[in-house]
Design a protein around this ligand. Sequence first.
Ligand code: NAD
Length: 480
Amino acid sequence: MEKLYNYIGGKLIDPVSNTWFDNFHPATGTVYSHIPDSDQRDVQLAVDAAEAAFPAWSTLAAEKRSEILSRLSDLIKRDLELLAQAESKDNGKPVSLARIVDIPRAVSNFEFFATAILHFATEAHAMESSAINYTLRQPIGVVGCISPWNLPLYLFSWKIAPALAAGNCVVAKPSEVTPMTAYLLSKLCIEAGMPAGVLNIVHGLGGKAGQAIVEHPKIKAVSFTGGTKTGAGLAATAAPMFKKLSLELGGKNPNIIFADCDFDAMLKTTLQSSFANQGQICLCGSRIFVERPLYEKFRDAFVEKVKQLKPGNPADEGTRMGAVVSQAHMEKVLSYIQLAREEGGTVLCGGERVVLEGELKTGWYIAPTVIEGLAFDCRTNQEEIFGPVVTIMPFDTEEEVLEMANSTVYGLAATVWTQHLTRAHRVANNLQSGIVWINCWLLRDLRTPFGGVKASGVGREGGFEALRFFTEAKNVCVKL
Ligand code: NAD
């Protein structure tokens, strides 16, 4: 059975403990490879390698760093099919999705920051004729990047690329639930000629390898994407050490549909925003609010479409709905469907585990689920489920829907469907959310600030925001 290795100091190496744990194939629920069970000793090796590489990497001309990142991007593009198959196998997502979303986005992430760094400028502030200030933006040193399982290579590269472009050396940990494409990336780094120690990838459990990254005194900044509870624990460790922190956390995103929307476009996109990647995208709209005159028409048309969305083998070309990522996650999602029933909800479709045939019968599949009849403030509508489950609720006024939409502790993304120009802008203005999509969903321009408010996070990724996070501003004041 295949073993994965840590990538430290430019080499693929065993974990110091010489122990590995199981990596599962969600489509069949079986073990298919082994993951290094790294601990603080491996993190120490990675920090040592990163520290040693930092002086040369941080002073290398931006054009040279850019060249290496571009080469890496080209190699990911070359291996797109192989990486898409690997991502699908590791995560349970349809290979068709990995092929058009996950891997192309990893290509773009490296290419985007390879070029962004060439345009990253610093500021100057003149004090009339008495002095001039200029602000340097210097790389921080060794930084940590920790990512989740839902968009494995996509989110891993979204952190690593700006950190490296800005001149930092990185100790990174992918999710232990989906480590495969990060492992394949480490091989591509070697092929791309990434200098040893510039990027180090340590595999392992969050509470062990991840915690060791957050606790390490020489890791000066941590960029984290994952659950809100994990983020809170991470902040509790890192804040007293005065580390720079970027936290991209959970969500419970509203999808607000007004009666005057373009119905067909809304329906098509709402199907995606509800169930893409089995609903396991932090940006999925899991609470659908529909203006009352449209409610029944929407409900009937939506449920009919959702019933046609059948979970299938993620490796099949035609599959649009794959497996959820793990048994524990499947059980969590099913427990929320049970909670919704207890809270008085009516399951309009789905609502159960799906058992497929043959070797897939032990896989982790859930029928896409639509629930109505729940109060906006019940637990099902307040807590993140992060699976193929949405609730639908009618509303009468703009004020009412804003109150319901803003009622959760989260504030990551929101979607608004209306043809009414001023209302669209007014609602966007009043939503407590870091990102608002009007008449679209997940339309991404990598230059825009990305992140959430409230319990959905602290800080912004994307564009120059990311390069600012991964640098320290130093102001120099010169008396004239
Ligand atoms: P998670 O918090 O369980 O794990 C995320 C990462 O943190 C993993 O690599 C894990 O090993 C690591 N980790 C766990 N405990 C740690 C610790 N004590 N110290 C350091 N690292 C630790 O999250 P998950 O289940 O992998 O991902 C799902 C969550 O991620 C959802 O809540 C989802 O909303 C969120 N998410 C947010 C965004 C966003 O951009 N805001 C994007 C994707 C996913």
